[in-house]
Design a protein around this ligand. Sequence first.
Ligand SMILES: Cc1cc2nc3c(=O)[nH]c(=O)nc-3n(C[C@H](O)[C@H](O)[C@H](O)COP(=O)(O)OP(=O)(O)OC[C@H]3O[C@@H](n4cnc5c(N)ncnc54)[C@H](O)[C@@H]3O)c2cc1C
Length: 510
Amino acid sequence: MQQIMNMERDKNHFDFVIVGSGFAGSITAMCLKQLGYRVCMIEKDKHPRFSVGESSTPIADMILRDLSRKYDLPFFMHLSRYGTWQTEHPEIICGLKRGFSYYPHEIGNTFSSNDDHLNELLVAASFDDDNSDTNWLRSDVDQFLAGKACEIGVLFYEEAEVVRVHRTEASVWEIAIKKDQKQMLIHSVWIIDATGSPHFSGKFFGTTSSADGFETNSTAIFTHFNEAGYWFDYLTSRGFNTKDYPYNPDHSALHHLIKEGWIWMLRFNNGLLSAGLLMENSDSSNGIDAEKIWHSVINQYPSLSKIFRYSKPAEIPGKFINSGRLQRKLNRSFGDGWIALNHTVGFVDPLHSTGIAHTLAGVEKIVNLFGKAGLNKIEISDIKIIQEESSKELKFIDKLVSMSYQSRHDFALFSASVMLYFIASIRYEQSRLKGDIPNTFLCADHEDLSAIIEETHHELKMLDSETAGQEQIHKQIETIRGRIEPYNSVGLMDPSKKNMYRHTAVNLIN
Ligand SMILES: Cc1cc2nc3c(=O)[nH]c(=O)nc-3n(C[C@H](O)[C@H](O)[C@H](O)COP(=O)(O)OP(=O)(O)OC[C@H]3O[C@@H](n4cnc5c(N)ncnc54)[C@H](O)[C@@H]3O)c2cc1C
């Protein structure tokens, strides 16, 4: 009888309860499980479900590969490159992402450029398709990873709601869950908040979240489209010179700069297009008709409106989503027996596609810590360090993103500002390739690098790219060129490249 009671007890006792089963929750759960911990994951929704945040980067791929080796989870390795993804898991939809591409548009005018690619910027992030990044169809990827977590022994409650949490005197969480109209009680030493939003910790740990202190101020309207036109077809059909292109821009993270902000376009292998409109300082709130705003903005730009002429919103999500202001950060991201993952801690903006990699960088640190220290030997000071680094990283990303918003009205200036992001990410990648994992994502704690980003950010804030004269803009671009010089091992801002950067990718074949 006692034995049966113990078994019953063990069934409901965990070392970790992870709330949220996006890729971050599932990856954390699997790594901890491989370390020998008892892990339970709780998801309010049901897979497959729509999720935004799709353009991966070389840094995300590198972290996935290292997690794969360290925790013996081979499918992370497969998902870290387009080639292996296609051979090992063709059933999971993704898109080929060879790099980052940027095109400016003017209200009322069709897109224009010249043979020197004055209004085009293509920065390769990989050498070939096989070793390329990917756009993740999150509904597929997250479902796959949650399924794998179950296969390796993570207990998963889907469509379940946490209704109460209580920390006992024995330093254990009692967690009441509601599922299928029934309530049950489980216990855990730790709760990991992988909800990707501030609400769970607000409700149960008394945290608050705000946009205070962010320089970036943006709102997103987005959905998935069927039958959207291809940008490369548009360019070639109008005779643009694409022979110097390092890759087909539909196989990249496409950024279209507009007066209001910018538009992302991410293509998947099944033809689906993820597209989103980012508006700076927009007063559009959740109540405003997102579809109406989308059409009113797109219709001002003839070339973009051509791309979307025959498009229809896809069945999933089946609507246009208005994010409201994107920038947010928790006032506290850990406490006695709980810790939040990076996307729960805060977010800046999708420009520069930092989200997936930043999230994974946080996952890696947290699972490393629990691997090294063991369950009850974690020093709160170590968690504090990780979370302080996360705050520093958000600030760093905020500066990089906001300076690009500020400079977007002049394409040459914008292109120069983006180089600071590439410098930071290449530095991180190169360091990691040598086996030296930087303490912070994008080397956000590198003093000299932070200083030049801080200075440039400040200057661009002062300079209004919409009204500044060409002489002033040229001077600013030259300043940026000089500043990145000590870090520029790949020839960024080399005029002879004519905005086509073919060899910027770090050789990630490891
Ligand atoms: C508009 C936009 C565009 C973006 N674009 C990019 C991009 O192109 N590239 C990039 O790298 N990053 C991008 N990001 C960031 C990216 O979305 C995040 O990095 C990523 O989603 C983090 O994954 P996650 O698993 O931590 O959280 P999520 O994907 O948010 O998953 C959280 C999970 O928790 C569940 N959940 C929530 N609340 C509860 C609860 N109370 N109980 C149980 N379960 C709960 C949710 O249902 C969900 O399944 C973008 C973000 C936004 C907002």
